[in-house]
Design a protein around this ligand. Structure first.
Ligand SMILES: [Zn+2]
Length: 87
């Protein structure tokens, strides 16, 4: 275990500032990809997630949001990198 710690320390010492930036950037990219896997949808921008538009005269009648076809959700930007989000 001390060998592993010294290896990690020497690798960290060898890294320049740009190397650390690259590693942090890669970490943020991986976190974003995992976030897209766990939560691929966001609220529809047109209806804000409430896809029924009710009439003012016939108040029980409604139409569905044409942007999301009544689902109230949209795939997040980049969510298609995961195969299960490609339709
Ligand atoms: Zn909508």
């Amino acid at each position: 275990m001390p060998f592993l710690l010294t290896t990690v320390a020497s690798v960290a010492a060898d890294l320049s500032g740009s190397g650390i930036v690259v590693i942090v950037g890669l970490g943020m990219l991986v976190a974003w990809a995992v976030s897209l896997l766990l939560h691929p949808y966001t609220a529809c921008g047109s209806c804000k997630g409430t896809p029924r538009s009710y009439g003012s005269i016939a108040t029980r009648s409604f139409r569905l949001c044409p942007s999301c076809s009544g689902t109230g959700r949209r795939l997040r930007l980049g969510a298609r990198i995961w195969p299960q989000n490609r339709a």
